[in-house]
Design a protein around this ligand. Sequence first.
Ligand code: GRG
Length: 296
Amino acid sequence: MKILETLRRKVDSALGNYLPAKGSFPKPIHDAMRYSVMAGGKRLRPILALLTGRMLGVPEPKIMPAACALELVHTYSLIHDDLPAMDNDDLRRGKPTCHKVYGEAIAILAGDALLTYAFQLVTQKIADKKLVPALVEELSVASGSAGMVGGQVLDITAPLLLKQKHSAPNALNLCGKTHLLKTATLITAACRMGAVVAHADKASLARVTDYGQNLGLAFQIVDDILDVIGEKNKLGKTPGKDRQQNKLTYPALKGVRSAETEAVQLITRAKISLKSFGPKAKPLIDLADYIVSRQS
Ligand code: GRG
């Protein structure tokens, strides 16, 4: 999709401008932050914020600091997820992981600093200061223990929980909750932050939330399918690593075909949520179709 490539470039350029300069004091941390953020990535979360804002009539520059803040939080989570204490990955976005290049201590601190810098960006760079509290609330709730961090905890502890209380419905239920917190909450926050900058009314915010949740859940299922069929190998991931680690995933619990069907159903629901916005919703609807058909 051409619009995705155009927005990805704009986000990359904004991130490059916002981040502390390479080599600036204290050098190791600023280099590590820049290394991981600028290592590539689809920039899905910033793009969702920008497209939601655009659908509701807000120009990109007004949302860009919030959009970039989402990417900083996302990158922090990837750096910490790759650490030996968590997934212990050597490659991310096709490059050596942050801790492999800068060591574990600097990688932990780079993640911490990116999380903090995200909130600095929102508070300092969002021009309309009245919007700042609502944006900070969206981002903090989605990132914290009731959101992404909570999802990561479920992801780590789910296999143990299931050993104690094993049954298929339990496993599916837990898997759905994990996906919602680990992945869909930040994706939903991206859409909601775009809507907040647009001063969206309650009804529009509810529709955008519905879109984000369904899209986020589908995104995670597709990610897990790609892991099983090995496409991620191209980006340096070990195919099937989730299975080796006994991670709860839809393809593992229900098979790849059934997981694909589930993802398509979720995408259909996501698209229906935006129907009342008419033709202005087309880029977000196209993005939903792209998510379910993506190969990496
Ligand atoms: C460590 C606090 C903490 C949280 C970690 C995001 C996460 C939670 C773990 C990363 C591993 C993972 C597979 C998470 C699910 C979300 C997901 C599919 C992340 C990958 O996002 P993409 O595909 O990555 O948007 P790029 O590199 O394109 O930005």
